[in-house]
Design a protein around this ligand. Structure first.
Ligand code: T4K
Length: 410
């Protein structure tokens, strides 16, 4: 990344928001794709074009499915065009109806995949340590209409799988995991992907492993895998014959070629992500009011997200002010998953009082800020980002006053 001449900023007047030059001359994004060996990808694309087989059960998709299933340690993998459609299909194939319990602190796709099929997402609060479903609270929102639970392994941090499985079994509910963030992560030594009735990965460009766009359902249940495999291809059981409703959820061959290429590099991706994570941890350590989300070090982790929690009572500046300053420096930090699904339409109108039951979600949605990582940033970028954050926090009161003056026009 090329930086402008204002390399190190030691004074708040040097901040771009107050008239200085932006620290980075080009935007530093959260979610820059990890890209493996280009030559291998190009060779695969050439082969696909030469053979003129672009989609519909091609050999690259089959290889990709097998590699994912082997990696995770499950019997079946059905690759799809993205995780949202994969979730929708898994939900339908599992026969979920009525109400399904989900966290609100997740990407909107988790809730939409239900509502799209007129199933009510019932938002449940999260554990503030792991940002995943709070299992005892799940139990409190079960009603006679509840048919399932969707846990989200947010940021790659595993849910309390044991507790959720126990509740699901005892209350006769289906348990599905949205594992969009958790490819390459483990739970008690077993790879994420092996739990519940099925798990859904995302291979979107911004994810740890990408296939440009893509997703997959993984499961050990043969009947379920077969049904999902048919549903993603319009429900065709033979030429000119469908047995049930289906849609078009197919992954194409170029996506599979990208997925296979990137799979060959995942150890490198984890290495870079981990190194970035450790640098952020070192350089932000001891900074009052700024906490870096920790991962369970006893498990495998992809370290794809750098998640800060900003405690305004200690930083003086709030999360949004810190984000605004970073954006002006061309560091496009993101406040995932603000404001929480329950505050977005249509859910906000459907459940106007949901926030009363979601104090931890509400709290986190005001505090979380995600920073750039992955193979698209280097150590010097991270050093500069941390330096700016340190400058902000150490001068919190003075900067807050300037924000206030700006508002009042003083
Ligand atoms: N469940 C969960 C828990 C999820 O987080 C997601 C998706 C899903 C389900 C559904 O999975 P998919 O159906 O997408 O497979 C992004 C992604 O679009 C979305 O996949 C992801 N979660 C979510 C967390 O992040 P946005 O609205 O932030 O996307 P966008 O376009 O702002 O991209 C994020 C940043 O990445 C940009 O600042 C620039 C950078 N970027 C993006 C793309 C696409 C690049 O540098 N290059 C690129 O090619 O949602």
């Amino acid at each position: 990344m090329q930086i402008s001449e204002n390399v190190i900023k030691g004074e708040i007047d040097e901040l771009a928001l107050f008239g200085g030059k932006p620290l980075f001359s080009e935007a530093l994004h959260v979610g820059r794709p990890n890209i493996g060996n280009r030559k291998e990808f190009e060779a695969r694309v050439k082969d696909i074009l030469d053979r003129r087989w672009l989609t519909n059960g091609g050999q690259y998709v089959k290889q990709f499915e097998q590699r994912i299933a082997d990696f995770v340690g499950v019997k079946y993998c059905v690759a799809m065009c993205n995780a949202t459609v994969a979730l929708e299909i898994a939900i339908r194939a599992l026969g979920l109806t009525g109400e399904v319990i989900v966290p609100s602190f997740t990407f909107i796709a988790t809730a939409h995949a239900l509502q799209w099929q007129e199933i009510t997402p019932v938002f449940c609060d999260i554990d503030p340590q792991t940002h995943t479903l709070d299992a005892p609270k799940v139990e409190q929102v079960i009603t006679p209409r509840t048919t399932g639970i969707i846990g989200v392994h947010l940021w790659g941090n595993h849910c309390n799988i044991e507790a959720l499985s126990e509740i699901a079994k005892r209350r006769n509910l289906k348990l599905l995991f949205d594992s969009a963030h958790a490819f390459g992560c483990s739970y008690r030594g077993g790879m994420i992907g092996r739990f519940g009735e099925a798990e859904v990965f995302s291979f979107h460009a911004t994810k740890f492993l990408n296939s440009l766009e893509g997703g997959a359902v993984v499961t050990n249940n043969r009947d379920l895998a077969e049904k999902i495999g048919l549903m993603k291809n319009f429900g065709f059981t033979y030429y000119d014959k469908t047995d049930f409703i289906g849609t078009n959820g197919k992954m194409n061959e170029i996506s599979a070629a990208m997925g296979l290429t990137n799979l060959d590099s995942i150890d490198d991706f984890i290495g870079v992500n981990r190194c970035n994570y450790e640098q952020y941890a070192r350089e932000l350590s001891g900074l009052e009011g700024v906490t870096l989300l920790t991962y369970d070090e006893t498990e495998k982790c992809n370290y794809q997200y750098i998640v800060l929690e900003i405690d305004q009572t200690r930083t003086i500046l709030n999360r949004d002010q810190i984000m605004e300053i970073l954006h002006s420096e061309n560091v496009l930090a993101r406040r995932y998953f603000y404001p929480g699904c329950h505050m977005m339409e249509p859910y906000r109108s459907y459940f106007p009082h949901a926030r009363l039951l979601l104090p931890e979600t509400e709290n986190l949605a005001q505090r979380v800020l995600c920073l750039p990582t992955g193979t698209g940033v280097n150590g010097s970028d991270i050093g500069l980002i941390c330096q700016i954050i340190r400058l902000l926090v150490e001068n919190g009161s003075e900067i807050a006053t300037r924000f206030q003056n700006r508002q009042t026009g003083a």
